[in-house]
Design a protein around this ligand. Structure first.
Ligand SMILES: *[C@@H]1O[C@H](CO)[C@@H](O)[C@H](O)[C@H]1NC(C)=O
Ligand SMILES: *[C@@H]1O[C@H](CO)[C@@H](O)[C@H](O)[C@H]1NC(C)=O
Ligand SMILES: *[C@@H]1O[C@H](CO)[C@@H](O)[C@H](O)[C@H]1NC(C)=O
Ligand SMILES: *[C@@H]1O[C@H](CO)[C@@H](O)[C@H](O)[C@H]1NC(C)=O
Ligand SMILES: *[C@@H]1O[C@H](CO)[C@@H](O)[C@H](O)[C@H]1NC(C)=O
Ligand SMILES: *[C@@H]1O[C@H](CO)[C@@H](O)[C@H](O)[C@H]1NC(C)=O
Ligand SMILES: *[C@@H]1O[C@H](CO)[C@@H](O)[C@H](O)[C@H]1NC(C)=O
Length: 400
């Protein structure tokens, strides 16, 4: 009698099934149905998976589902915690907020699957003027990882985000592998992966096509490695922009290797604001074995980065750039200025090494050239174009 009465209660305690010691929390057993909003079902499944005392997998099976902002917060009781997404998760067309799925305070998260995070950004893009103005309507990102550690994100796709696709804050030892990011060329502010205040971040074997930077390495980062990433269309792979806000700290150790960049406005770039709010350094940044095709600014250090005239260009940047290398970079430039190294007038770049650059320009706006200011790089190997052929203009007045 007693046992029978308890049975329904026991069923309510956990809807998980167990396969090979892994507890599987399938959102469809929590009431998620294709073509409906599964926000509550996902929240319930996460709460149980995260509280589980055995390693668990939260599963979103194949199908199209609607989802509103979801906070998947740790710490979880047992690790690793897997989230396997095979379905498509669609954000509401009109929405505000931080993001579609927010992972935070989780150690040993494994996010995987052939699923798609679809931000349905098209309608919001025309409203997104945050790149032009200080006060603007903030649109949600697709995926945010805040204070996530020792984790892996693999195989998933981020589509048409309203804002950045993927944002990392305060993360440590996180690997992105075989990730696909897709949004059109003309979608504003849709950075592929933006990293800040993080360390030991790896972005590997991924394809990024978007309307802004494919990867942007912001302030206060250490040890970021980007390998075998295809980028285009987009604005290239960037470090920065740095120096806009007072709380920013050093960037140390960024390696970009074996990447293909095509149909982008920039290739590999370091950008800092003039009239910086703070003084700090950006060092140990290495770009190697990069193939470019139809890239407007293939190699660029820009310490006079000031889009939409949001700053005073006359005051030099206070960010000290040192220990930078550009090695074995080849392909085609879409403009004659293929290499631009414009450093701060008050704090010139130091320890810049340029080796084996073979870029060509086939347009009719003159010969391929480099432009340099406030930098004296060490140059070796092939030089197409000639690097800083004219003497570096340390101390020369800013052109603006
Ligand atoms: C990084 O995280 C992985 C698990 O994803 C773990 O195996 C590895 O030991 C961690 N590395 C460090 C240096 O903590
Ligand atoms: C990440 O993994 C490393 C190595 O296993 C471990 O020392 C560290 O405590 C982990 N980080 C967190 C926040 O659990
Ligand atoms: C580079 O990444 C692609 C996926 O984008 C993968 O197919 C390829 O095997 C990777 N190459 C290497 C050398 O790992
Ligand atoms: C070069 O890239 C631009 C976009 O940046 C694109 O409009 C143009 O068609 C591309 N040209 C070629 C020859 O691929
Ligand atoms: C660059 O853009 C042009 C024009 O849209 C396109 O034909 C070409 O395939 C693109 N390049 C690559 C490598 O995808
Ligand atoms: C420059 O980079 C090298 C190699 O990453 C490193 O060993 C060295 O300490 C760095 N020097 C400075 C001054 O940061
Ligand atoms: C530079 O690239 C061009 C075009 O790809 C190629 O024909 C040439 O041999 C390369 N030069 C060197 C020195 O590698």
């Amino acid at each position: 009698m007693m046992g029978l009465a308890l049975l329904p209660l026991l069923l309510l305690l956990s809807l998980a099934s167990t396969i090979q010691g892994q507890s599987i929390f399938d959102v469809t057993t929590y009431g998620a149905k294709p073509n409906t909003d599964i926000t509550q079902a996902l929240a319930n499944a996460w709460t149980e998976a995260c509280a589980s005392t055995t390693p668990s997998t939260l599963l979103i099976p194949k199908g199209v589902y609607q989802l509103s902002q979801s906070n998947l917060k740790g710490p979880c009781k047992s690790v690793p915690i897997q989230v396997q997404v095979e379905g498509t998760l669609q954000a509401p067309i009109h929405t505000k907020g931080d993001g579609l799925v927010l992972f935070s305070y989780i150690d040993q998260l494994i996010l995987s699957g052939s699923g798609v995070f679809d931000g349905q950004g098209k309608s919001g893009w025309e409203k997104n003027n945050c790149h032009k103005k200080k006060i603007c309507t903030k649109l949600p990102m697709n995926l945010k990882f805040s204070f996530v550690t020792n984790s892996t994100v693999k195989d998933i796709t981020s589509l048409d985000s309203k804002n950045f696709h993927i944002n990392l804050l305060g993360c440590k030892n996180v690997t992105f592998q075989h990730v696909t990011i897709n949004a059109p060329d003309e979608s504003p502010n849709t950075d592929g992966i933006h990293i800040s205040s993080s360390e030991e971040i790896y972005i590997l074997d991924s394809k990024i096509a978007t309307g802004d930077d494919c990867v942007s390495v912001g302030d206060s980062n250490k040890q970021v490695t980007i390998t075998n990433v295809t980028c285009g269309p987009g604005h290239g792979i960037s470090i920065g922009s740095l120096g806009k806000y007072t709380k920013e700290k050093d960037v140390v150790g960024v390696t970009v290797k074996a990447c293909k960049i095509f149909n982008t406005t920039n290739g590999v770039r370091i950008k800092t604001w003039p009239d910086s709010a703070v003084a700090f350094m950006a060092s140990d940044m290495h770009f190697e074995d990069i193939e470019m095709e139809n890239v407007s600014n293939p190699i660029i250090i820009d310490q006079e980065y000031c889009p939409w005239n949001q700053c005073n260009r006359k005051v030099p940047s206070k960010i000290k750039i040192s220990n930078v290398s550009f090695k074995n970079i080849r392909g085609t430039s879409a403009t004659p200025v293929a290499v631009k190294l414009v450093c701060s007038k008050s704090i010139p770049c130091e320890g810049v090494e340029v080796a084996d650059i073979n870029l060509t320009y086939s347009g009719n706006r003159g010969p391929i050239v480099s432009e340099c200011a406030n930098v004296m790089p060490t140059i070796t190997g092939v030089q197409n174009p000639q690097i800083c052929a004219k003497p570096a203009t340390i101390g020369a007045p800013s052109t603006d």
